[in-house]
Ligand binder design. Structure first.
Ligand SMILES: Cc1ncc(COP(=O)(O)O)c(C=O)c1O
Length: 414
């Protein structure tokens, strides 16, 4: 007897594709081991590295976290999260921009990943599709597949690579013809992988459109704002001003936010974040709490207590919060400096990039991305090939290694 698989039908075949980022990272590390760090540009990884390519931890976060008593690090947190953490996560999400007459609720999740997971799972029926951008964080697809859901993509840019809402509107109408539940993902500001940020006017436009769609009360529309990179996008309050537009929405539109402490507090591996829900209806907000708390219990039980305690305490200590915000802002500036160099050179050599405002990544559209990254490897440059382009993690590339990258990419494109 030769049994080749015991997996259930829905699980069979999962996990065959290796994670693209980690594959490139492995290759880059192998090159570093033979050639030395200085000879290699590793623009693959999505965490901030300093000018010596060391992993960045915000010093005040590090210091405070290490001084937490053992019980705050080791003990369980309540299933939904420490109540003070939930209040702090809501405050950190809106930073003063929650619209009047709305109800916000939160549950703790293991990072933004858990927040995306709960939204997909709880607001779509099995087999339905989540609507996500065509340039997207690959994990959206994985999370959808893991929960026997599908994805549909909308085009973020027109043929000249200008941002457009036309496609998301068309795809919304098309999906609403075949399914009553709709989850639409907007990863903004500082979208991964392009660094694009939607304007407040664009938000007003899409919300007006979605309100019209919600005129049909059989439709249930969930807007998922993936804000993983928001704190590196400029003034904390101003970059969230679009959230003020989420007032006066009909009860069949719910806004959810994937709130993450990974980048904002450099606590990636601590796996902390929250799913925040916002509704004009207290009933919908209460339902949000109930179903998502149940999901927490049924999937990961409770979140890690340490980061929750840290965030709760940060929100009770204005001086500590100010220090963390200042330390983080310095890294936003550093990434801006790196991006400016890349983009200026790209303009000079006529290399097209996708619209970049802020953030960890710059992406160059390419008809054959794999061929481009393979050519770049000949110059010891490691970037990530996507389906329609090449992503450069400027968050991880020290400033002195940026000059020349755009020129080499232009050459590799042929
Ligand atoms: C677009 C996007 N959303 C969400 C996340 C979630 O990260 P985490 O689960 O660590 O909060 C990431 C992380 O890379 C991301 O790039």
């Amino acid at each position: 007897m030769s049994v080749l698989s015991l997996a259930a039908a829905h699980a069979a075949g999962k996990g065959k594709e290796s994670d693209a980022v980690f594959t490139v990272l492995k290759e880059a590390n192998a090159a570093i081991a033979t050639l030395g760090r200085e000879k290699v540009v590793n623009a693959s990884i999505g965490s901030i590295l300093d000018e010596e390519e060391k992993f960045v931890v915000l010093p005040s976060v590090d210091e405070y976290f290490r001084r937490l008593p053992a019980v705050e690090l080791m003990n369980y947190a309540p299933i939904a999260g420490l109540p003070e953490f939930l209040e702090a996560a809501i405050a950190d999400t809106f930073q003063g921009n929650q619209p009047p007459n709305t109800y916000a609720r939160a549950v703790s999740t293991p990072g933004g990943t858990g927040a995306v997971r709960n939204t997909f799972n709880n607001y779509l029926e099995k087999g339905q599709k989540a609507l996500i951008p065509d340039w997207f964080w690959g994990n959206y697809r994985t999370i959808a597949e893991e929960h026997q859901l599908g994805i549909e993509t909308y085009e973020m840019f027109d043929k000249e690579y200008n941002f457009t809402l036309n496609s998301v509107k068309e795809k919304t109408l098309a999906l609403l013809r075949t399914q009553n539940n709709l989850v639409i993902v907007f990863n903004t500001p500082a979208h991964n992988p392009t660094g694009h940020s939607m304007t407040k006017e664009e938000w007003a436009d899409i919300l007006g459109f979605l309100k019209d769609c919600a005129g049909d009360e059989s439709k249930r529309i969930v807007i998922l704002v993936d804000m993983a990179y928001i704190d590196y996008s400029g003034d904390l309050k101003k970059t969230r001003s679009f959230m003020q537009l989420f007032g006066n929405l009909p009860d069949n539109i719910l806004v959810t936010f994937a709130y993450s402490m990974s980048k904002a507090y450099t606590m990636y591996g601590q796996r902390s974040g929250a799913l925040v829900g916002l509704s004009g209806s207290v009933k919908i907000a209460e339902e949000f709490s109930e179903i998502n708390t149940f999901s927490c219990r049924g999937v990961w039980s409770n979140g890690t207590r340490g980061p929750q305690r840290l965030l709760a305490d940060v929100y009770k200590n204005a001086e500590l919060k100010a220090r963390i915000d200042t330390e983080r802002a310095a890294y936003s500036e550093l990434m801006k400096k790196r991006a400016d160099i890349f983009l200026k050179e790209a303009r000079e050599v006529g290399l097209k990039t996708l619209p970049y405002n802020t953030g960890f990544f710059i992406t160059v559209p390419a008809p054959e991305p794999r061929a481009v990254t393979q050519k770049l490897v000949l110059d010891n440059i490691y970037a990530l090939h996507l389906k329609k382009g090449v992503r450069f993690a400027i968050c991880a590339t020290p400033t002195h290694k940026i000059p020349g990258l755009a020129t080499k990419t232009k050459e590799a494109l042929g």
